[in-house]
Every structure is written in structure tokens, then in C-alpha cells.
Design a protein around this ligand. Structure first.
Ligand SMILES: N[C@@H](CCC(=O)N[C@@H](CS)C(=O)NCC(=O)O)C(=O)O
Length: 70
């Protein structure tokens, strides 16, 4: 759902799949402040959170600005 939302906004992203790159789990925990659920979404290196956080930003009309679209 996160990918669909970002795709609909014409965004590209780097996806790190922890199933394929388990060695990056520690990095994710550091960058997410210990959050273990996936996805953890970052925009310009800043933690947004999971899909629900991304969708909340969209609902509040704040996502486009974060993405540099407005
Ligand atoms: N609130 C999060 C929930 C994400 C979530 O529940 N992800 C599941 C996989 S689909 C997960 O990581 N479960 C393992 C865990 O919570 O440690 C979101 O909207 O992204």
C-alpha cells in the first residue's frame, strides 16, 4: 500500500528487503529508533514510520510537501 501511494505520486524509492538482506536489520533498528515492524519508511533520510503514518500524512495534506511536490 505504501508503494502504491508513492507510485501514484510519481515517486521512486530504494527498497531494502530484510528477508533478502537480514544483515541490514541492525541499521534499520538504529534508523527507526527500535521499531521492528515493516515497512519503515524514510523520506530524504527522515523517518516517517509505517504505512499508517504515511497515510496519515497524506490525510492531513502534509505528504506532498515532504516529497517536495508542493
Ligand atoms: N503500523 C504499521 C504496521 C506494519 C506491520 O504490522 N507490519 C508487519 C508485517 S506486514 C510486521 O512488521 N510484523 C512484525 C512485527 O510487528 O514485528 C504500518 O502501517 O506499516
Amino acid at each position: 500500500m505504501a508503494k502504491r501511494l508513492l507510485e501514484n505520486k510519481g515517486q521512486k524509492w530504494e527498497e531494502i528487503n530484510l528477508d533478502q538482506a537480514p544483515e541490514r536489520m541492525e541499521e534499520m533498528l538504529e534508523r527507526s529508533g527500535g521499531r521492528r515492524s515493516v515497512p519503515e519508511i524514510f523520506i530524504d533520510g527522515q523517518l516517517v514510520g509505517g504505512y499508517d503514518d504515511l497515510a496519515a500524512l497524506e490525510g492531513e495534506g502534509k505528504l506532498d510537501a515532504l516529497l517536495g511536490l508542493s
